[in-house]
Design a protein. Structure first.
Lengths: 1086, 231
């Protein structure tokens, strides 16, 4: 006989007990490991998705609201000597057999593109496209099918420009599917940091470009993996680009003896003027604008171009002065010194035109010659340029053709858009200047060679200031994926209480095993075995069990992870929104799970063992309890209860004072403290339970004695149950039914029943009857309110995106509408008391700093920021602007976006045109009608009319799914708890069978004994229930009382009922099975 | 035996037989016992002493024969009636005291009083428990737990527990078996004292001749039947 042999004999003899202990330890390891594996899997999957969507791309050159010739890519390639490829990236919609795909990514790609994704696909032909799997599934398309694609016609000139025609800004083409590209075929290409693959159509670049432009244009260049810094790439771009790449051209005007710089975008960016003003080229800016009318008394000359010049051969007009050509002077019968009025349109958002007036004093009347006869002063306004007759004008402004006289037609046929009047450039700029440019031409003296001017521009101009941004997308995506939602942490948090419950159960089982082996321990000691040796035997058994359990546990953890991932990819898909999260097991996670559990388990077992070994030898040998128990006054428990209770109160008050009662971490920490306090208090009362003056004995007292005798076991059971119940009830308390108050203006919907998104920008002002009519909406909607918003595309920072986002989409809103409506509510705000937080959006914060708001959840979780923090963006001019978070919205339909004022949006992103987001409200009785109407009217814009409450519910589904997981884990903890009760009950009955036999011998009926046991354990259940209930309510009290309607009383009642029933069944079964009818036989046999 | 008929019989056993499988333990055993007597039953291990005691205490049933308690045939009682019967009429003392470790001496003594229907003991029962404990010299230990008592004290508590319901018959199975000689002697005397003070009929199964000699009548269980040792 060796100690090792004895060890194995013991293990074999107590196999059942060791297996039970092992089950507890295995459960905790499995849960711990699976949490880490889930974390690894999500992390790995996000990185894989990021790699699939970018392929070999490292950097991109992305043009903001502009297009460059696709030949730029060859120039850069030549400069860098690394592969690059041009892409024309747009957003459109597609239709097939009644199905519509919105927010469709349209990519015009070159042959080189496919090599970036190591794809074997070949370029689609003229009438062909390649689509990705997501789109194929969405539209039910297969190779060879034909379908309709709607493409926006962006043009070079921003749609915000007053004179750009607003119709036909989209075209429809029917294309044949050449192939369906999967992830391996670069079908998942996307620049957005999101685990969701956008629906994509790949055109040949030339085909898509030909549909929209004359020539091949692109707005994106992919640059392959390289060692260049962004700065070096900008420098390379500056070395290789030409004026045409930024839509500029220089032309020599022989007649005028000038060199002129003009832009395909009509308006020339101010940056250029600023740069050139620093040089010796002495640019002369020109700003020509169409005025609706020039009025003198009752005389009116309609629709004439007026130029603002900085250089006049004659005496220049000052501010408030105007030069008229003779034709105009004659038409108006104007004299020098007369005051004439100019009437013109000033554009606002969504092509809303306000009429403005300005008065000028006629400084001079100039002959129709020289600069006054320069028809080239009129820029190439689309709809005017090259048009022979006024009646053929196709312009974005409403033209009153009836006011156009034959003499006006005659002027047009002879002189075209030659300006009829001239004012100072600075005056023109102040009247008609646009955020996207304040000149329609820059002119230079012929002494300056065009090449020199071009070189000077190209050398000094930073590409970003012309909207050409180079981004290290690989690094960005790696950062986003690496800083994504930490599922390991999340699942560890969610599983914490379950792990605790499993460890408690293990401790309980080990304690019982030790108790069962008291005699054995006493025997070893009486036989003279060294105390350390005996300790060694028991310790070896415990550690061996913990080691094997932890080892097997990690494999169980892999299995559990597979199961959890199956659920995550199916019924819990709301938290990841993709079914592509695959299992990935990192060795270090397995090792961590194994080591952490082994350590904790060993520590727990060691503590139990050490305490147990403190018992006197005589007591052990007789299997008597340590009489020390009778002297235990429970002070330690009382101290624990008071300390943890006080900590709970402090934390509770802190969360109340700091408005942190919605913080789930605080909730669970304070919940843990209260659970500890209440359970310790229960322990204290169990121990203190003793009648001081003996007045009799009762069944109740007997039950109390029984509970006290095994108080550690009983506390463990109550604690496990209270933990499980706490989780389940807290889950119920946090579950949010967003539909409940969706109609309120203060809710997350703002009281707007519809959230409308269109893939193609809508350049109509729907607040005006004219705009609505133009769109084709009915006119008679009572209570109609349509709030249009501008949108700058960015990443989705909502909880639907797992990646950490640094550049979310920006919405431009009119805060006044929300202030008047008292719409939405804020969780945090820097607004002074009494001031509506929306008004903060209009407050000036200094140059290049813009106030912004977002959902508080987006600020905290999506961005990892807080109110007061700043996010930096590059505006259209290439300047860095800081968006200062001034307030956090309570959960709203805007989740995922930053909101700034429309005015700030237009200032920094002036070329961004058309509304993409809209909130719609109408009288309740007309809601369905409006929904249908919007769907029909905006069909060609790729509209999605979403119920706001539904959208909010979608966001909430993420939270609710986490709560589902938590609920499931809480349920497992409850099962563990009731299982623990069943095991303890069976063990306890076995250990106490002589007691029961004796009671039977004394005449106690078996039914009475059974009833006594059921009462005893149901009391524990009730204690667990009360503790869990109290902890859950106390920790959620503030948030629940703030909104009592939110308390799901029915759910809670159902949970409690199920819990009690489940517990009763277990107890009844365990009691019935263990309490044999003939207990007396044991007594007889003795 | 006939000489004892002058007094009222508490127990009357007729033609009692009991086997465990193939093994016959008791065969055609007859026995009568007057109220208030103290009786010892001796015999070697495995002779059937405990089986006989269990049948008398309705913890076991005979294969054949009848046991009359004050003329009532115990075999005709149902399971629950037997429980009531035990609670009311019988007090048990076992070799192992089987005290509930979670209860004090007083609570252990009062345990049978909770018996079949009462959920709380009355004042009279508590008073009686005090008197019994007092008579056994256990008053000072009444609030102690079994773990705090000696073996003898535990067994005395078990006696007190057997007496609490004022049974007419106490069945003691090797009551001194787990005690040292001195304690056993002391406990034997107390048993006799209790028998006299409370006028309770006492049947003691024992190996101990010293204890047996203290009883008014001695029997030996030999060849599956009882033989009187009183000559």
């Amino acid at each position: 006989m060796t100690l090792l042999k004895l060890l194995f004999r013991n293990l074999r003899y107590f196999l059942k007990e060791h297996l039970l202990l092992s089950a507890g330890l295995l459960t905790s390891t499995a849960i711990l490991s699976s949490a880490l594996i889930i974390g690894d899997s999500v992390d790995y999957s996000l990185k894989r998705i990021a790699s699939e969507r970018l392929g070999e791309t490292r950097h991109v050159l992305l043009a903001q609201e502009r297009f460059f010739p696709s030949t730029l890519t060859r120039k850069i390639e030549k400069e860098l000597k690394i592969p690059t490829t041009a892409v024309l990236l747009l957003e459109g919609t597609a239709l097939n057999a009644g199905r519509t795909a919105t927010e469709l990514q349209l990519c015009g790609v070159d042959t080189d593109f496919w090599a970036f994704g190591k794809s074997k696909l070949s370029q689609p032909g003229n009438n062909e496209v390649i689509i990705n799997e997501v789109l194929a599934e969405s539209l039910n398309l297969q190779t060879g099918d034909e379908f309709l694609i709607r493409i926006p016609n962006p043009g070079f000139v921003t749609k915000n420009s007053t004179f750009v025609p607003d119709d036909e800004n989209r075209i429809a083409v029917r294309m044949k599917v050449k192939a369906v590209a999967g992830p391996g075929g670069f079908g998942n290409f996307s620049l957005k940091s999101n685990q969701l693959t956008p629906q994509t159509v790949f055109f040949s670049l030339d085909v898509l470009s030909d549909l929209l432009f004359e020539g091949s244009f692109a707005n994106l260049i992919l640059i392959v993996e390289n060692r260049y810094s962004t700065q070096e790439l900008y420098q390379a771009l500056q070395r290789s680009w030409s004026l045409e790449d930024i839509n500029l051209s220089l032309r020599k005007l022989e007649k005028q003896a000038k060199t002129e710089l003009i832009s395909d975008r009509v308006f020339i960016e101010d940056t250029l003027l600023s740069i050139l003003r620093e040089t010796a080229f002495n640019p002369e800016p020109v700003l020509t604008y169409l005025v609706n009318g020039l009025v003198l008394g009752n005389k009116l000359t309609p629709y004439s171009f007026v130029s603002g010049l900085s250089d006049f051969p004659t005496e220049a007009p000052g501010a408030g002065e105007i030069l008229l050509n003779t034709w105009l002077a004659e038409d108006l019968q104007a004299q020098i010194g007369d005051s004439i009025e100019l009437e013109y349109f000033v554009p606002e958002s969504f092509r809303k035109l306000n009429t403005a007036r300005a008065s000028f004093k006629v400084k001079d009347i100039i002959p129709l010659e020289g600069f006054a006869r320069d028809s080239l002063l009129m820029p190439a306004f689309e709809g005017f340029s090259g048009v022979e007759s006024c009646s053929d004008w196709e312009t974005g402004i409403p033209v009153d053709y009836s006011s156009i006289r034959p003499k006006d037609e005659l002027w047009w046929s002879e002189h075209g858009g030659t300006p009829k009047a001239f004012i100072a450039y600075e005056t023109a700029r102040s009247l008609w200047g646009q955020e996207y440019g304040n000149s329609t031409a820059l002119r230079f003296g012929l002494e300056h060679a065009p090449q020199a001017i071009e070189q000077s521009i190209l050398n000094q101009l930073h590409p970003a200031s012309m909207g050409l941004n180079i981004r290290d997308v690989k690094q960005e995506s790696n950062w986003s994926a690496s800083n994504a939602v930490d599922f390991a942490q999340l699942f560890l948090g969610l599983s914490f209480f379950l792990i605790l419950a499993a460890l408690l159960l293990s401790a309980l089982l080990f304690g019982m095993l030790l108790q069962q082996r008291n005699k054995e321990q006493g025997l070893y000691r009486s036989l003279g075995l060294n105390r350390n040796k005996i300790y060694g035997i028991f310790l070896s058994e415990a550690l061996l069990n913990a080691f094997v359990s932890s080892l097997v546990g990690i494999f169980a953890g892999i299995g559990l992870s597979k199961l959890l991932l199956y659920f995550i990819n199916s019924i819990w898909i709301d938290i990841v929104r993709t079914s592509s999260i695959g299992l990935f097991v990192h060795r270090s996670s397995l090792l961590t799970g194994f080591a952490a559990n082994l350590l904790v388990a060993a520590a727990v077992l060691l503590i139990l063992l050490k305490k147990h070994f403190g018992a006197a030898i005589a007591h052990l040998q007789k299997n008597k309890p340590d009489p020390g128990l009778q002297h235990n006054n429970g002070r330690a428990w009382l101290i624990t209860a008071v300390c943890s209770g006080s900590l709970f109160l402090l934390l509770w008050l802190f969360s109340l004072l700091k408005d942190l009662y919605q913080n789930s971490l605080l909730h669970f920490v304070s919940g843990f403290l209260l659970l500890l306090s209440l359970n310790a208090l229960f322990a204290y009362f169990l121990i203190k339970n003793r009648a001081k003056f003996f007045n009799g004995f009762s069944i109740g007292q007997l039950i109390a004695n029984n509970l006290k005798y095994n108080y550690k076991q009983n506390i463990s059971i109550a604690a496990i149950l209270s933990i499980g119940l706490f989780i389940v009830l807290s889950t119920g308390a946090y579950r949010n039914d967003v539909g409940r108050d969706a109609a309120n203006n203060s809710s997350g919907t703002g009281g707007y029943p519809f959230y409308v998104q269109n893939s193609l920008p809508l350049n109509l002002d729907l607040s005006s009857a004219e705009g609505r009519q133009k769109l084709g909406l009915q006119e008679d909607y009572p209570g109609l309110s349509l709030v249009q918003m501008l949108k700058l595309e960015g990443d989705d920072a909502s909880c639907l995106n797992l990646n950490r986002i640094s550049r979310p989409s920006i919405l431009g809103v009119n805060p006044r509408i929300f202030i008047d409506r008292e719409a939405f509510s804020f969780v945090k705000s820097r607004a002074k008391k009494g001031l509506n937080s929306w008004s903060l959006l209009s407050e000036p914060l200094g140059e290049n700093f813009v106030p912004a708001v977002a959902d508080q959840t987006v600020i905290t979780w999506g961005l990892g920021k807080a109110v007061g923090d700043t996010l930096f963006y590059l505006n259209e001019k290439g300047d860095s602007i800081g968006l200062v978070l001034v307030a956090g919205l309570s959960s709203s339909v805007f989740q995922g976006n930053l909101l700034i004022s429309e005015a700030n949006f237009r200032q920094h992103f002036p070329s961004n045109s058309g509304s993409r987001i809209m909130l719609a409200d109408v009288d309740k009785s007309k809601e369905n009608e409006l929904r249908d109407d919007l769907n029909n009217a905006l069909r060609s814009y790729g509209v999605q009319v979403q119920d706001s409450a539904r959208r909010l519910a979608d966001f909430n589904s993420v939270t609710n799914t986490y709560l589902d997981i938590f609920l499931a884990l809480g349920g497992i903890a409850l099962i563990l708890g009731t299982l623990g009760i069943a095991i303890v009950l069976i063990k306890s009955i076995t250990a106490r069978k002589y007691q029961f036999a004796l009671m039977q011998a004394f005449g106690m009926r078996m039914s009475s004994i059974r009833r006594m046991l059921i009462y005893e354990y149901m009391f524990l259940i009730l204690i667990g229930l009360m503790t869990g209930l109290l902890s859950s309510f106390a920790t959620s009290a503030v948030s629940l009382l703030a909104n009592p309607a939110q308390i799901p009383l029915d759910t809670i009642a159902l949970i409690l009922l199920l819990f009690l029933l489940n517990s009763f069944v277990w107890i009844y079964l365990a009691t019935s099975l263990s309490l044999k009818k003939d207990l007396i036989r044991d007594l007889r046999n003795e | 035996m006939k000489a004892m008929n002058k007094k009222k019989n508490l127990l009357q056993v007729e033609h009692l037989s009991k086997s465990f499988g193939e093994q016959e333990v008791l065969k055609d055993l007859s026995f009568e016992l007057e109220e208030g007597l103290s009786v010892s039953i001796e015999g070697p291990s495995g002779s059937g002493k405990s089986t006989f005691l269990n049948i008398l205490g309705t913890l076991d049933l005979p294969d054949s024969g009848i046991v009359l308690f004050k003329g009532q045939n115990l075999a005709l009682l149902s399971d629950s009636e037997r429980s009531v019967f035990r609670n009311k009429h019988i007090g048990f003392v076992f070799q192992m005291h089987h005290l509930l470790p979670q209860c004090t001496v007083m609570e252990n003594v009062l345990l049978p009083a909770l018996g079949t229907s009462a959920s709380k003991t009355d004042r009279a029962t508590v008073q009686r428990a005090r008197e019994i404990l007092d008579s056994l010299g256990m008053t000072e230990h009444s609030h102690k737990f079994p773990a705090q008592l000696s073996g003898g004290e535990c067994q005395r508590t078990a006696f007190a527990r057997a007496l609490i319901n004022q049974p007419e018959l106490i069945l003691a199975d090797e009551p001194t078996g787990s005690l040292d000689q001195e304690s056993a002697e002391k406990l034997g005397n107390e048993l006799i004292k209790l028998n006299r003070v409370f006028r309770t009929t006492l049947i003691v199964v024992t190996h101990s001749a010293a204890l047996a000699q203290k009883m008014q009548k001695r029997y030996a269980l030999k060849n599956k039947s009882l033989q009187s040792l009183n000559h």
